[in-house]
Design a protein around this ligand. Structure first.
Ligand code: SF4
Length: 376
């Protein structure tokens, strides 16, 4: 593995709106590149400009903690820090990849987030996160922490082929148990499910069944993107070795969409499969309200609940007016409570959405949302 030390100009990445998957405004990449070398990783795609051979070369942002300290310090800041979980992980490099053993960037970043009493959501595929169990427990006691672990399946053989640098699914499941035993909310990101490889019903069922057994708080499901260029070329080479008969299916399913998305028909079929399975196990398919109630500003709370509602309805194959309204609300500068008489003037907000918004503003929750989260 080639490690290159680099100096970053900034660390915290602020989104344009609250992210309703992670309940966060801010994320960070402490490393560029990833020794986990998952064959499907979109960090390989040209658009992310990761230098060198992906999976072998990793850039380490050696000044990350120094920069993060300045970014978190409220002194001299014109705008207050947005409320929500700070996301550690995802993007173009796992925060708990091999280099972390030596550089401790994730640990030191967590120490800072703890100093500032910020809630943290960590997404990783690595069992190294257990090293920071005490610190994460402290953050959870003081504020709140969520540990999410991602899987493409819980099948050992498939994982060794498609995620060669990652601990086995069994070790990752044990890691979830480790944090659950410490009272920390854990999620399974069943993401990406690999088309024609880890997407058969029995494999998805097995993963969700294990998630239920170990007591995760939610399972978030997602398909795989395959962007034309480095990512697609690399992955299709792996598929050719795994089972050349699948190449044709891949060419049809990934027909060159700009974002690397599969065809709508594949997407709908695999989502239906997941829906039937998750119903059986009755697990939330988004971070549940009890994990973010009291953490967000009112506009963000309304945005997240409406986005979750949008997902829950489209998940059932129904149409939804809530996504558009959520986007409009996420861009507002004024608090919703100051515009209670004018809610219908917000783009995308009709009478039903207005009623839901008022209920959330008054009670911090919404009965319809709670019901849909339960009855998938
Ligand atoms: S762990 Fe995540 S960032 Fe690292 S290679 Fe795998 S998918 Fe990419």
């Amino acid at each position: 593995m080639g490690l290159k030390e680099i100096r970053a100009k900034s660390i915290l990445r602020k989104a344009k709106k609250i992210d309703s998957w992670f309940i966060s405004w801010y994320g960070m990449n402490l490393y560029r590149g990833c020794s986990h070398n998952c064959t499907y990783c979109d960090g390989r795609a040209e658009k992310y400009n990761v230098e060198g051979n992906f999976g072998e070369d990793v850039s380490v942002k050696v000044n990350a903690v120094e920069i993060l300290k300045k970014e978190l310090d409220p002194v001299g800041k014109r705008k207050p820090f947005k409320k929500g979980y700070v996301l550690l992980g995802g993007g173009v490099g796992d925060a708990y990849q091999t280099a972390e053993k030596e550089y401790l960037l994730a640990r030191n970043a967590l120490n800072l987030l703890n100093e500032y009493s910020l809630p943290v959501h960590i997404l990783t595929k690595s069992t190294l996160i257990r090293r920071d169990g005490d610190l994460i427990s402290e953050i959870n006691r003081k504020r709140k922490a969520i540990v999410s672990i991602s899987f493409s399946s819980v099948n050992k053989r498939l994982s060794s082929i498609f995620e060669p640098g990652v601990p086995s699914p069994e070790e990752r499941l044990d890691t979830i148990s480790f944090f659950r035993d410490r009272g920390i909310a854990c999620g399974m990101f069943l993401l990406p499910v690999i088309p024609f490889v880890s997407d058969p019903e029995e494999l998805i069922d097995e993963a969700v069944c294990r998630a239920k057994e170990i007591g995760v708080s939610f399972v978030i499901f997602g398909g795989m993107t395959l962007k034309t260029g480095r990512q697609k070329d690399y992955f299709l080479d792996v598929i050719e070795n795994y089972d050349p008969c699948l190449l044709n299916d891949y060419q049809k399913t990934y027909a060159g969409d700009k974002w690397g998305q599969p065809t709508g028909s594949y997407f709908r079929a695999v989502n239906r499969r997941f829906r039937d399975i998750i119903r059986k196990y009755a697990l939330p398919v988004r971070v549940p309200l009890e994990l973010f109630s009291g953490i967000l500003d009112e506009n963000d709370l309304v945005t997240v609940i409406l986005e979750h509602l949008d997902y829950l309805l489209t998940f059932r194959g129904w149409s939804s007016p809530y996504g558009y309204a959520a986007h409009s609300i996420s861009q507002l500068k004024e608090p919703l409570s100051s515009m209670r008489g004018d809610l219908l003037k917000i783009r995308g907000v009709g009478e039903t959405t207005k009623k839901i918004m008022l209920e959330i503003l008054d009670t911090g929750s919404c009965a319809y949302y709670r019901r849909l989260m339960k009855e998938l």
